[in-house]
Design a protein around this ligand. Sequence first.
Ligand code: S5P
Length: 481
Amino acid sequence: MGDTNLDGLIETLHAIAAVKFGSFKLKSGQMSPIYIDLRVIVSYPKKMTEVADLMWQTVHGGESKFQHVCGVPYTALPIATCISVKQNIPMLIRRKEGKDYGTKKMVEGHFKVGDKCLIVEDIVTSGSSVLETVQTLNNEGIKVDQAIVLLDREQGGKSSLANHGITLHSVLTLTQVVKTLHRMGKIESSLVEQTEHFIKSNRHDITVPSSIKTSNTDNKKKVFAVCKSYRERSESCQHSLSKKLYSIMETKSTNLALSVDLTKSNDILQIVDTVGPFVCIVKTHVDIVEDFSQSFVNHLSDLAKKHNFILFEDRKFADIGNTVNCQYNNGIFKISSWADIVNVHPVPGEGVIAGIKQTGLSLGRGCLLVAEMSSKGNLATGDYTKAAVKMAENHKDFVIGFICQSRLTDDPNFIHMTPGVKLSSGDDALGQQYSTPEDAVINKGADVIIVGRGIIQATDPVSTAKQYQQAGYNAYLQTLK
Ligand code: S5P
């Protein structure tokens, strides 16, 4: 299509305030000189059909290669509808909400397994929204290898999607928009420079977006932006506890956390003393210990010093701030007095972190958010997980990472710890789902693997722990290649 068409489009987007300049605070907290909101386009039906036509021409050149089009919810839905109606290509609708409620249909519309679908999106930044839609379609057996977007923000989405075997076509790029508006005399050259600088300093193209698996990439090795040595990670994170943990991982060549889910203090102390040399963390459930005593935690703390590991009490606090504060400091367990790390469920909101932080911060403790779970049918998915990441970002001084099943962020301040790990994958009888150490580290992006029964129920826990240590550490070394 001709440049005049595009110039006209850019002018229109500016005129209807779909493209705004100024100083805008993004969700990430960064300040951006440009803000783009294509939602307003629904108020200009003629423009919307023109946009849809331009998008179709960009991707297609006229021949039909797709059995379906599917818009990424929600802004792109009307655009996808226009393409579907005008080109007479059946549309699919991806449900956004369904996945958190279990059995609801995730894709509306008639389709056959193996059908090909074009993804339609308004703006692409990292590409993760497109990938979420692709993943849902892939789960139904629908193939996707192309996506069309009105505007590419040039912040890595194209290469991330390419890593997933998806070609991204774009009608416009952010640079093109600012340069054209400058040429038309609508903005100053300083704004062009600011925007170019913003794009350069906010690229994420070495990241393969979080957790998202598409059929095009299931068998490919994931490449995480944090594929750095533990030493480098220790340097790039802020919290002293994270630094200490990475340095232990580096020195002891281990990313293994032992989940010592036993009920007698002597059994716990005995296994911790023998397995301690091979782990970076020992994780407890102190409320299952039948003969709990202060002397037990004293011994445990001594072993942590002797073998150089960190103590993590898997208490999963999940109440209002005041209550969790009492639970953390008081009762018979006095968790804050000995556990370096505790974890909290994000479900009560940020107060749960604030409640623990009130005491924990000054003690140099850290906290993990349970952002995803390993158990079948758990509700910690989708928007809940995303909200957990935001909560963590708001408390970087205290939250050191996540309990999770996928890489949630490349912020070096957050350590990803993954439970549900066994040398052979499978399930237990009560909904626990296991993946192997390699899968957890290489495909799910775990920094630390958490292993319980795989070690404590083994006939020879010490040699089994060594096996897990080696498997986990070798997997980490592979991510560095
Ligand atoms: O999602 C989770 C979160 C946690 S912390 N899934 C889990 O299994 N855990 C904990 O990890 C769980 O409470 C247990 O202590 C450990 C896994 O034990 P395993 O015996 O299944 O390896």
